[in-house]
Design a protein around this ligand. Sequence first.
Ligand code: ATR
Length: 285
Amino acid sequence: MAADPDRYAVFGNPVVHSKSPQIHQWFARQTGQDISYSKQLVEEGQFESAAARFFRSGGKGLNITMPFKLNAFTFADRVTPRAERAGAVNTLARQGDGSILGDNTDGAGMVADITANLGWPLDARRVLVLGAGGAVRGVLQPLLSEGPGRLLIANRTVAKALQLARNFRDLGRIQVCGFEDLAGQQFDLVINGTAASLAGDLPPLPEGLLGDGACCYDMMYAAEPTVFLRWAREQGAQACADGLGMLVGQAAESFFLWRGVRPDTAAVIKLLRQALCRGQVPPVG
Ligand code: ATR
């Protein structure tokens, strides 16, 4: 009799719109891995008991989405250095000795999308990151490791950007400012990591921010171009991308941690984009 497939799941609240089951099923088919992957709505305050039950019953790994990434960080027996830096865990993996490893694959997923899928170089480039919340904290280590020429974080609350710069000081120099201080400066890559787009808002950005050949990346995605990417086009960006590739990229990093096999993300991004445009996948960040 064939063995049951290894079990994985995504925990979140809400979780009904999560694309992770679909993405991991595509990965599994593509790489010939026999896994099952489900989604589970977890009530607030119930994360620890639900995760403990999942692993006790033989589950191999979890993806963690809002609002449980900090709970997952404390739940893990140990965390990877990049999760430690991010201060959050989006992937849990049961190890051979039964202990639970916590990782954060968001930043690696974004950087892989930017450099490998989109082919935008980061080394020696002038990079501007908008926002200084949890999403941005999660991507700073992989970004710095690409060796940008300049990394500036602009945030509405400058003190939060300053705190991030201090936390990452040993990995590289991060400059910080408010949006009003951006006037007169130019960048090769602008990454939007603010939650403003969720409300259809745009931070107040000055004209002329994009240098020749500049690219713009929104960590959020939607079926239609986001408000930030519409702004980028108007400002003459050479290339634009939303965060769909980051979503698939972080999933691929989780899949690799669990299965030791790297899926082809470009093929899955294409499938997911088609589903999104057909309205089969709800647009969320
Ligand atoms: P996330 O986990 O999505 O990063 P977060 O930690 O609450 O969420 O951070 C949200 C980020 O979006 C912050 O940088 C926030 O700016 P503040 O630090 O000043 O709060 C930014 N943000 C949210 N709404 C915004 C808006 N309308 N304009 C500009 N920035 C906004």
